[in-house]
Design a protein around this ligand. Sequence first.
Ligand code: ZN
Length: 440
Amino acid sequence: MACATKGLGHPTRYRTVLCDGTRIGNRPVVILRAYNCCMLSILRQEIMYTVRIYRLIHLSPTLFQRLKVAQMEAARVWNACCELHKEARQTRSPWPGQNDLQQATKGRFALHSQSVQMVVHAFLANIETTRKLRATHPKMRMKYPWKTKRFYPVKWPAQAVSQERGRVVLPMGRGRASLVLPVDLPQSSGACTLVWNNGFELHVCIQVQQAEAAPGEGRATVDLGEIHLAAVTTNTGAATVISGRGIRSLKRQRNMRHGQIAKKQSRCQKYSRRWRKLQRAKNRMSSRIERRVRDLRHKATRQVIDFCEKHQVGTLFIGNPHGVRQENRGRHHNQRMAQWEYGKDIDYLTHKSTQARIKSFTGSERGTSSQCPVCRHKHKPKGRVWRCRKCGFKGHRDVVGSVNMHVLAYNEQVIFPRSVTYLRPGLSRRSRRAGTPRAS
Ligand SMILES: [Zn+2]
C-alpha cells in the first residue's frame, strides 16, 4: 500500500510502515506498524513467538472512550482479586486459587469472559512471584498486590480474536458490541493486548518461523559497549563493529530536552495548566525517542545475527558487562552508563539467535578488555585504540575485548582479525533531504 506519511509525525523511525486509510466516524484512522519487540522466546516445536506493536493513533473520541472504559473494567477485575486475596490473608483462611477467583469474577464485569480470566491468571502469577521473592529475598520486603488500580491492560487469547478484511474484532462479552480496530494483522497472529503507553497500543503475539538448521559450526563472541554497541569476532578471523553512536546521540538529545522542559516547569506552579502542557510535551518527546532507540537497537542486533549467519556461526557468546556501571566517574559519564541498556541488547540477541538456531550463552567478561591478545600483557586502555606497551600491538579496543572472550568462553586463542567491518544500525537523525537525488 502506498504510504501517505506526510504530517504523521516521524514514520521513518519504523522499519516497516504500513498506513491504513480506514475511517471510523469522520476521522481517518492511521496505524503505523511499528516493528516488534521481543518478549517471548518460548521454544515449542520450532514455533517462536514475537510481539508486534501497533500504535493506535487518531482514534475517534467514541472509540478512544470505549478503549479507556475497557481498561478501567479490567482494573476493576484486578481490584476485586486484590480484595479477595487480602481478606483471605487477614482472616488467615486458605488463599483463593484459580477456580475460586474465576468463580468470583464470572459474569460480573463488562468484558469477554476470557479477558477476565487473563487478569486472574496475571494476578495469580504476581502472587506466586511475590511469594517466592519473599522467601528468597526477605530484604526486598515485597508486598502482595495492594494498590487499587485505575487502568489495566486488556488481553484477549488467540481463540477470542477474529479478523475480517483488514480489521481486528475484539469481543467484549455476550450482549455487548465488540471493539473493532482497523489493524491489518498477519495470518499468523494470535493473542492481543490493549496497552496504554502515552497513547493506545495493540500488542499482538505473532508466530515466527525458526531456521531449520544452524548456519554452521563456527564460534563467535560479542563484546557489548556503549559507544560501539557490539563488537563481534569469529574464530575464523572475521570481525565487525556496530556503532552505538546513533543511540547515544538520541539519548543525549532527550536528556537535553528534558533539562530544558524541567527548567521551564520549575517556574510554574505544579499541576497548573502550563505545567501540564509542558509535561505532555515531555512525555511525547521521550516516548518518541524511546521508539527510535528501540528501532535502532533492533536493527543493530539484527546486523550482529546477520553477520553470524554469513560467517557460519553455530555458537555465540555474549559477554555480560555487569560491574562496569558501578564506578563513579563523574556525572556525565555516570548518566551515560545508567542509561546504557545492555540487558536489552542481551535479550534481543538471545531472541534473534534462537530464531536463527544459533546457540547463545552469556557470562562475565571480566578482564577481557585489559589484556593484550598477543602477549597477554595487562594494562587498562585509554581512548579507543588498544596499544600494548610490551609488544607494540595496536588494535580496536572493543575488538580486543571480544577476541579475549574466546579464551574465556571456548578456551581457544584466536588470531586478531586483519580487517574489521564497521556498520551503523541505521540513520539516527532524519535528514530532510534524505532520499532526494544529489545535484551533480
Ligand atoms: Zn602485547
